[in-house]
Design a protein. Structure first.
Length: 67
């Protein structure tokens, strides 16, 4: 399992947390949002999921990914 941290912009309140965590879970990865830091710690099987797919899932929920 690979672990990495993704920077997410646009998270403003607690309701953002489940939206992002569910989006990540829906594609088969695990995610834990740190709202205060504006990050998501993700864990995934890199033989099945690419980080780009995780980033895309977050973007599809209306958030910006990256620095």
């Amino acid at each position: 399992m690979k672990e990495t941290t993704v920077i997410v912009k646009g998270m403003s309140c607690g309701s953002c947390v489940p939206k992002i965590e569910v989006a990540i879970k829906d594609i088969g990865a695990e995610g834990h949002v740190n709202l205060e830091q504006g990050t998501v710690d993700v864990r995934f099987d890199e033989t099945k999921i690419q980080i780009s797919a995780i980033e895309e899932a977050i973007k599809n929920r209306g958030y910006n990914v990256g620095s």
